[in-house]
Design a protein around this ligand. Structure first.
Ligand SMILES: C[S@@+](CC[C@H](N)C(=O)[O-])C[C@H]1O[C@@H](n2cnc3c(N)ncnc32)[C@H](O)[C@@H]1O
Length: 202
């Protein structure tokens, strides 16, 4: 537990330190086009409550708005205050939460769609985070774990940085087990060397 806490502090420090211009430094126009395409395929709709967990500085937000319409309610949650400051400046219509995925300050059954993009490997207590996903989703709501990199490439990249070393994305079978144990009924997974897609419906 003490080891976990120390690792979590290191990781948080890493993201706080790298928050400045995170999107500019990590997303080329080609990658942003991939993100756009990925979000377009989620079937978002008008009036939905959409929660971006591990939102960083908000790379998903313009695409969530574009594909859900002006009536959608957008929420963004992250453990890094520096990342969230950037979200608030760039997207004032988005309600932000400074919190861990493992303990989210949102009411039960309040969210239609929860998206965890490029963040799940970093959650130190993954079963607790998935239980929180289940709790905050409405009945029939969907959780997504998404990446525009393949799992092996991503895991190897994390292992190159001491602060996020070992932050691995579970294989689809492991991910399914996590979600089924939390109560999710219907899951779907697809991965390649270039992407990772997992969805689960409450
Ligand atoms: C690799 S960044 C990705 C950010 C953003 N989704 C993107 O693609 O640009 C991972 C994010 O997860 C956040 N994070 C790490 N552990 C977290 C936790 N336990 N709960 C919530 N956010 C966390 C970090 O602060 C960081 O902003």
């Amino acid at each position: 537990m003490a080891e976990n806490h120390e690792r979590e502090m290191q990781r948080n420090h890493f993201f706080e330190a790298h928050a400045h211009q995170w999107e500019e430094r990590n997303y080329t126009p080609e990658k942003l086009a991939q993100v756009d395409h990925m979000v377009a395929g989620l079937g978002l709709g008008s009036g939905m409550s959409i929660l971006d967990v591990g939102c960083g500085d908000g790379v998903l937000q313009p695409f969530l708005r574009k594909h859900s319409g002006k009536d959608a309610r957008l929420f963004a949650l992250d453990a890094s205050s520096a990342m969230l400051e950037s979200v608030s400046v760039r997207f004032p219509d988005v309600q932000t939460f400074h919190a861990r995925a493992e303990s989210m300050p949102l009411p039960d059954a309040s969210i239609d769609v929860l998206i965890c993009f490029s963040a799940f490997p970093h959650f130190s207590d993954k079963p607790a985070a998935v239980r929180e996903f289940y709790r905050v989703l409405k009945q029939g709501g969907t959780a997504y774990v998404l990446h525009i990199d393949g799992r092996e490439k991503l895991n190897a990249l994390h292992d190159k940085h001491h602060e996020v070393e070992g932050d691995h994305l579970p294989c689809p079978t492991g991910m399914r087990l996590l979600f089924v144990e939390a109560g999710f009924a219907h899951t779907s997974a697809d991965e390649s060397a270039e992407h990772y897609y997992f969805s689960a419906r409450k």
